[in-house]
Design a protein around this ligand. Structure first.
Ligand SMILES: *Cc1c(COP(=O)(O)O)cnc(C)c1O
Length: 386
């Protein structure tokens, strides 16, 4: 029994992700005013031993030492995180891959990995005394924020595209949030959220503009490392929208390296988007969006983010990890959902299925080798998209 478990945060400050200017974490912050880019939380992890510092808690809060909440009584938790990793042995065989794994985030509270980010964002908002908040969402983030705000007693407003599935709207209402519906994609919802924030004083929880949702998503990386016994997979395939998961997983790995907790090469990070809306794939391949760029909705709601805020951070992850970005079609995602359901008995969200189809393509191209240990991230539940 280890009775020396640490229960606190080693956060020191926030930095501008471009110029490294320091910002104070003890007051409300949004993005960096110097460079108009996301802020990133920094911790003093020197001389810490990962195995001794993990809290005796079976949720993402087991990594509290590397999370920004100073007083544990401010934690707003519905037991998010600590999700399973399964070996997809039948699919591995079918693809002649050595080892294909699935991190299943669909079992999180509110049915998606948005729970990690919003548990963190709402906890920090509570700690900083915020009483109202507003969020633009493709669907899952709105439900998650509504649930955590209900638990925290914070007033929530959710701005969502009208075309979003009814389940995603209805859960917001049930959690007591104000729901506003817009014609268009999440960028228009973001504009509306900014107006609401300006006119009502509500705090804007937009992806990567608020600094702490990233810290929640980061726990995915800590879990992956711990679940693989501190030996990371070769390749991680991630369906990206605003990019918090991709950036967060990578941030976790770098923090773990700084503590000496993981060794060897870090995984190559693969970013997957729908061909209907793939700004990051354009930016990765061509350095710019096409002249006739016309993003459209996708069945993978979480991926339809036409103008993400953290583009530079996502590209940096792909570059540092020797990763790659690619698209899949709507039809491929649909086929992916069915194929995995039939052979492995699990229903993935379209976003999760996209990671499988992307892996298949990369294998055919020879980019994924049959000796690679590959991890897919199923970011949400199929059942919410009805
Ligand atoms: C939001 C979301 C994504 C994209 O996540 P980001 O962190 O914004 O890149 C992927 N899948 C699902 C199910 C989502 O809800």
């Amino acid at each position: 029994m280890n009775n020396h478990r640490f229960n606190g945060s080693l956060i020191t400050h926030l930095v501008c992700s471009k110029c490294n200017t320091f910002f104070n974490h003890q007051v409300v912050q949004t993005f960096a005013t110097c460079c108009n880019v996301p802020l990133s939380a920094e911790y003093d992890l020197r001389n810490q031993s990962i195995k001794e510092i993990i809290a005796n808690d079976y949720s993402m809060w087991r990594y509290h030492f590397a999370l920004p909440i100073l007083d544990s009584s401010n934690i707003v938790s519905l037991n998010e995180g600590y999700t399973p990793i399964s070996h997809l042995n039948k699919l591995s065989n079918q693809l002649s891959l050595n080892a294909l794994y699935l991190k299943d985030e669909s079992v999180n509270p509110t049915g998606s990995f948005k729970a990690r980010g919003l548990s963190m964002g709402v906890s920090k908002a509570k700690e900083l005394g915020i009483k109202r908040m507003v969020i633009p969402t493709a669907g899952n983030a709105g439900g998650a924020m509504s649930a955590y705000c209900a638990k925290a007693g914070i007033e929530a407003t959710v701005v969502m595209p009208k075309h979003t599935a009814d389940t995603l709207k209805e859960e917001c209402r049930l959690y007591g949030a104000n729901l506003i519906q817009m014609d268009g994609l999440i960028d228009l919802c973001g504009k509306k959220a900014r107006e609401i924030a300006a006119s009502t004083g509500a705090f804007d929880m937009s992806t990567m503009k608020e600094p702490y949702r990233l810290e929640g998503k980061k726990t995915l990386g800590y879990e992956i490392a711990e679940q693989f016994n501190w030996e990371l997979p070769d390749i991680i395939v991630y369906p990206a929208g605003g990019g918090t998961g991709l950036i967060g997983i990578w941030k976790a790995f770098k923090e773990l390296v700084s503590m000496g907790a993981v060794k060897g090469l870090l995984p190559k990070m693969v970013l997957v988007q729908s061909v209907e809306c793939s700004p990051m794939v354009h930016l990765f391949n061509d350095g710019q969006l096409p002249i006739n760029y016309s993003p459209k909705p996708s069945a993978a709601l979480g991926l339809a983010v036409p103008y993400p805020f953290a583009t530079a951070m996502m590209l940096a992850v792909l570059k540092e990890s020797n990763g790659i970005a690619l698209t899949v079609t709507e039809e491929e995602m649909e086929m992916g959902v069915e194929a995995i359901a039939k052979i492995e008995g699990v229903l993935l969200s379209p976003e999760g299925a996209a990671t499988y189809k992307a892996t298949q393509k990369l294998f055919e191209l020879g980019w994924v080798k049959n000796t690679d240990k590959v991890l897919l991230v199923n970011t949400g539940s199929w059942y919410k998209y009805r």
